[in-house]
Write a new protein. Structure first.
Ligand code: ADP
Length: 398
């Protein structure tokens, strides 16, 4: 290329490299191509991996004189197929006898292969209706443009591959974390069970009845804990893989909250609860799952805010209901709040029983309803969980 081409070459190369987003890069390349090459229509075609079939029209642009981009893209596919089959450029000029007044019936077509080190990956087709013909210098320029398109497609492919690898790695890391945490969590109660059982079985010691009962009590509690842990792990895995179906039906939220409160009070004798609502809203929800969320919040209030009163309010805000579940317990330091709904997360220093799965499961359930759960907390004053549930339930396809 001669020196006069250098600014164009530079502009194209910059358009290819300066944008991080692939689509935006393609748009800026197109803008430069329009200013350095005369055409009415331009279409880009790409091939499915390792096939010679055109599977995707990556770009189609009509710049004024003529037909719609869509129609021309379909029409250019024939030339693109030829370019790809022959792996070389194709120039097509209208037959002289077809010359007439209508420029649209006289396309001058230039098709060029898009090549990378992997071979041919597609084609670019330019059309000029009614000419002018492509000069050798212009064809060379078009070839240069084609190399820039090829570089862009290559980059797109590499970016997609990197993203796929990164997500595979994240999954692997999550699985490794999960295994490490779960084996630790399972070992702790198992250690207690094994230790106390071995102690009780020792032949050289006679335990009095009270001690025996105390040890058996611990074994019993730890076995329950183990059971709960396994249930929670299975449940969170099912929720995460969407294999736990929700059964949506009309649910009276006030009744559901009251029933769950009564059950929880039977379990946690010191639990004081104030219900702060008069409305009787009906929403579309899975009552068993929503009750499970509330039970978990009661269980947490009992564990982490023992003796502190709980109050629950219910208000309608536009098309959803908001449940505010507050305790007047010790609260949670602000720095830990963002992690609270993560799998296995427990506030550091937590000693009592727990797996850090409860709030994770709550979040999954609320989100499966198309709702949201969040937390607010003030040290020394208490913690509030806020649940927003859409009245209509989750929209199909959400
Ligand atoms: P678990 O109770 O099994 O540890 P959760 O996911 O239910 O797991 O809770 C995560 C952590 O959030 C708990 O370990 C606790 O540190 C903190 N937490 C939850 N609810 C409260 C509460 N009402 N008051 C203070 N801290 C809480």
């Amino acid at each position: 290329m001669s020196e006069e081409h250098i600014p164009d070459i530079l502009a194209l190369a910059e358009a290819v490299t300066q944008k991080s987003d692939w689509k935006e890069a393609l748009d800026s390349v197109m803008a430069v191509v329009r200013s350095v090459f005369l055409f009415d229509n331009l279409s880009l075609y790409t091939l499915e991996n390792s096939s010679s079939e055109i599977t995707e029209i990556a770009y189609a642009r009509a710049v004024g004189r003529g037909q719609s981009a869509g129609a021309d893209a379909a029409w250019g596919a024939e030339i693109a197929s030829r370019v790809i089959a022959q792996n070389e450029l194709v120039v097509q000029t209208p037959n002289a006898h077809e010359a007439n007044e209508n420029r649209l019936t006289q396309p001058f077509v230039l098709g060029l292969p898009l090549r990378t080190y992997e071979g041919i990956i597609g084609a670019v087709v330019f059309v000029r209706f009614g000419g002018p013909e492509y000069t050798p210098a212009q064809i060379q320029r078009a070839q240069y443009i084609a190399t820039q398109f090829s570089a862009l497609f290559m980059r797109k492919k590499l970016t997609e591959e990197v993203a796929a690898l990164a997500s595979a790695r994240r999954l692997l890391e999550m699985q490794e974390d999960f295994l490490a945490t779960i084996s630790h969590e399972l070992r702790t109660p198992l250690g207690f069970i094994k230790g106390y059982t071995t102690t009780l079985l020792r032949k050289d010691t006679n335990w009095d009845e009270e001690t025996r009962r105390e040890f058996l009590q611990i074994i019993d509690e730890e076995a329950d804990h183990l059971n709960e842990l396994i249930e929670n792990v299975l449940e969170s895995a099912r929720l995460q893989s969407n294999t736990l179906p929700m059964r949506f039906q009309p649910v009276r939220l006030d009744i559901l909250i009251r029933d769950t409160m009564i059950r929880s009070q039977a379990r946690y004798k010191n639990l004081q609860v104030r219900l702060d609502f008069a409305t009787a809203p009906t929403i579309n929800a899975d009552s068993v799952r929503i009750a499970q969320v509330l039970e978990n919040l009661f269980s947490n209030a009992n564990k982490y805010a023992p003796g502190a009163p709980v109050s629950i309010s219910l208000t309608q805000i536009r098309d959803f209901y908001r449940i505010r579940f507050s305790d007047a317990g010790p609260g949670i330091p602000a720095e830990y709040l963002p992690n609270l709904f993560q799998r296995f997360y427990r506030v550091p220093g937590q000693t009592g029983s727990g797996s850090g799965l409860g709030l994770f499961i709550c979040k999954q359930i609320i989100e499966a309803h198309g709702g949201r759960i969040s937390v607010e907390s003030t040290l020394g004053r208490g913690t509030t969980f806020i649940i927003d549930l859409p009245i209509a339930g989750k929209n199909p396809g959400d």
